[in-house]
Write a protein that binds this ligand. Sequence first.
Ligand code: ADP
Length: 297
Amino acid sequence: MTEFALETEGLGKRYGRSWALRDCTLQLPTGRIAALVGPNGAGKSTLLHLAVGLLRPDEGRVRVFGRDPRADAGVLAGIGFVAQDTPLYRDFTAAELITMGGRLNRTWAADLAADRLAQLGIPVDRPVGRLSGGQRAQVALALALAKRPRLLLLDEPIAALDPLARHEFMQTLMGAVAETGTTVLLSSHLLADLERSCDHLVLLRTASVQLSGEVDELLVGHRTLVGPRTDGPIPGVAEVLRASHTDRQSTLVVRLDGAPLDPSWIVHDVALEDLVLAHLAAAETRAAARTASEVAA
Ligand code: ADP
């Protein structure tokens, strides 16, 4: 039986009358590096805070390695969390933060964190408030990894970093994960940074899951079709996500239904970023149609 690092079922969190996350059902198998992607305000932080037990669900349930993170404090020992903007105590040095972590956590690999920072040439004797954004993010990551977590949750850790610092951060992360087999869920509104590193995708838009699954399977299930102009149903296609037409020709990003395609189509693979954009565009179109029908009614 597959063991899931994170599993949610009908999970929802509400602020007043607005849902920050609603009807969220997903399964993240262990050992994956998963991208949690979606526009700002889609509910990514909310999902991560629910997973680490900082928020209480209003609906549904969340399980980490099969356990409820709010009911079962033991499970928290196995979760590493890097919150948005890597909020560290800025007056403390990295060395002091490593020592402090040792007092707060039962399992704590202080040497591992110190070695990692030394390798990166990050001074451990300077208040972290005086380090660069990229260095601070590396300190936060080293501290999260020192806990030897089975699940590592990272909330937009690279959004504020320059491209080189982003690259270095992702390299450290990938190296650490290769060594430890930790499952990672990493949120970003920029898929391009994650596309090469992630093997699992969760796409959120306005509080709901648009798409979730293994990247390979998602890519196999989608194609771009180019052919004579058509507006009707297409054999082999479950859903047209995005369409652009000239007088004579249609270019369609589609989700396949497994039946054979008409050989007259010119068929291209879809890049992950195009697939995500197509799903977001399709959701936008559906939402606009819903609003229009509500106005009409
Ligand atoms: P993301 O991380 O994808 O940017 P969030 O999970 O932060 O999205 O937010 C989802 C929605 O919930 C947004 O509309 C946001 O304004 C709202 N929200 C988040 N936190 C609060 C809060 N503490 N009080 C009220 N609304 C909130």
